[in-house]
Design a protein around this ligand. Structure first.
Ligand code: DX5
Ligand code: ZN
Length: 216
């Protein structure tokens, strides 16, 4: 099952309500919220308060992608704000196992993310703990960057491991996703496509979403 997950980083923040309404009309069920602290990545984005408002005013499944150092400090804030899934980067803490457990204990879904420079071997032992593995297909921090094609092999390898051990986690990809790169990721085994600039910077949000839907 293909899931298209628009990244709100590229939504029109002067008129975010309009974009959110469009997404619901287009039967989008999940949105992607990037949290950046200016340390783990060289940018700042979104807060627990924003997630709280989304939770109060929409019915989307809220996938929170934490690009922050010391993610353990933020797990409880996002849990209280109504996040449905909390993804943390393996590179962001020396205590990855502990923080994944911390997320699990909140009852929320658990995600682990890897930067392009990080190998799957470094997270394979954590697969039994997670509901989602996020393969970054750009260096995190900004929307609108170019897809790193070398990541397609990584997605294939992950999918192979998933099948071999019969894991149930979702494979999400994030960064530079459009119709062409989305096709490659789906063929490699991803089932969740995060797309920011592709969805929000075209002529019409509906049309862009429709183009991605037609990949299956
Ligand atoms: C980048 C973020 C992405 C970003 C993707 O660090 O994690 O979620 O919004 O944007 P596009 O789809 O424009 O590459
Ligand atoms: Zn993201």
């Amino acid at each position: 099952m293909l899931i298209i997950e628009p990244s709100l980083l590229s939504a029109n923040l002067m008129n975010v309500k309009h974009d959110l309404n469009k997404l619901s009309q287009d039967r989008i069920e999940r949105v992607h919220i990037d949290i950046m602290d200016g340390n783990f990545v060289p940018n700042l984005a979104f807060t627990p308060e924003f997630v709280k408002r989304l939770n109060e005013t929409t019915s989307f499944f809220l996938d929170c992608h934490l690009m922050v150092e010391n993610p353990e400090k933020w797990v409880d804030h996002f849990e209280k704000s109504g996040a449905d899934l909390i993804t943390i980067h393996v590179e962001s803490t020396p205590h990855i196992h502990r923080v994944l457990q911390q997320i699990k204990e909140t009852g929320k879904k658990v995600g682990i993310a890897v930067n392009p420079g990080t190998t799957l071997q470094s997270i394979a032992w954590l697969f039994p703990l997670v509901d989602q593995v996020l393969i970054m297909t750009v260096n995190p921090g900004f929307g609108g960057q170019k897809f790193i094609f070398e990541m397609v092999g990584k997605i294939k390898e992950l999918n192979k491991l998933k099948k071999h051990f019969n894991y149930k986690f979702d494979i999400e990809v994030d960064g530079g996703i459009n119709v062409k790169t989305g096709r490659l990721c789906l063929d490699a085994g991803a089932n969740i496509l995060v797309a920011g600039s592709y969805v929000f910077s075209g002529e019409s949000i509906s049309e862009q979403i429709n183009n991605l839907r037609q990949l299956v």
